[in-house]
Write a protein that binds this ligand. Sequence first.
Ligand code: GDD
Ligand code: MN
Length: 402
Amino acid sequence: MRKKGYVIYPFGRRGCKRSMMSIEMTPTEIHEGRLGEQIRLTVVAPTYREVESLPHLIDRIGKVRDRYGLDIDLLIMDDDSRDGTVELIADRPEKWVRLIVRTGNRGLSSAVLEGFHSASGDVLVCMDADLSHPPESIPLMLQKLQEGADFVVGSRYVEGGTTADDWGLLRWLNSRIATAFARPLTSVRDPMAGFFALSRATLQAGVDFNPIGYKIGLELIVKCRCERVVEIPIHFENRRFGASKLTLRQQLAYLRHLRRLYIFKYGLWSQLMQFLVVGALGTLVNLAALTALIHARLPIRWAVALAIWVAMSCNFVLNRRFSFSFARHGSWLLQYVRFVAASSLGALINYALTLWVLRRASAMPPQLAALIGIAVGTAFNFVASRYMVFRAKHVRGERSDR
Ligand code: GDD
Ligand code: MN
């Protein structure tokens, strides 16, 4: 039975014909009278080709269940691995293990989100299936939630946290740089972690989930506006079986994901940040074009003018694509004309000043003169906008003494 690209396997009935049912038909396992006493916890483990790791994962979670008397169930979200996962789970006796095989939608983050939505627990845990994350830390995560945390991260980068020794320099560096990029979004030391816990209530407070790539934990911290994020140290183990699915493509997806999160969190400020980055890039483009055009023996007047035009056009394209991407479906020609009009006075000043400086100091490298032109042109643009376009009398409620 397939429903919207899902096959759901209820297990724990060894030997019986494998029947499948929809999410709605899955019997709820919360027993009357137990809710108050015991919290139900669902561990969601996304999998793609992890059949060798799964028996160990189930055994270790089983031990935690027994030792702490916790009501934990494991929900494996598999993206149609066809590696024997289905058969393996069918043969396991544990009633608390459930498998959902997705055949339509794919990807780690969406597997986790969909898993959370079909989970029955009041507390939700996400962990890798490859035994990188220790299930033995789950009771402490639960305790931290009960003490008032919104979100608990199994962290490599807090005191006591470690990673397996043979993490190459490259992976370590990569992870550190990726973490630094996320810094303005959260102060969590290990926001890249794929091992975390939150309550269902926190998840439900989240809006606008739109993850791409791997960083579902970061998405949840930002979109659920988690404030009390607690990190507990873990040892991040190397996988023993199978191979990592983290590719360059995932890393690029991370950059796109970051941009979305910045926009979500910072709104207008994120436009300004992007505008400034584009401006800085435009300066580099301007200087590179100027150098190339001088090299091509173009008269200096033409070289300066052309370089400004190239940079301005480049800024336009980037601002349209990034800073103000909400308007990128409008007519580009009209927008281009407006953009040029808005920046023309600054550009003209830039042009005139660069040439004037060069005439006064002919020994000066033209790039330096261009930088002076750009700086004054940009300052003029700013002042003109501030005092001619956005004048104080247009600002409602502003006091006259300011
Ligand atoms: N359902 C599903 N679909 N699962 C997937 C997919 C997918 O497309 N891609 C990967 N997985 C599962 C893997 O089977 C594994 O259980 C888990 O997601 C993590 O994938 P790995 O391939 O083992 O990732 P990793 O070890 O490189 O990355 C881990 O460490 C990073 C920090 O260094 C993950 O925990 C990342 O989330 C974490 O950022
Ligand atoms: Mn892994």
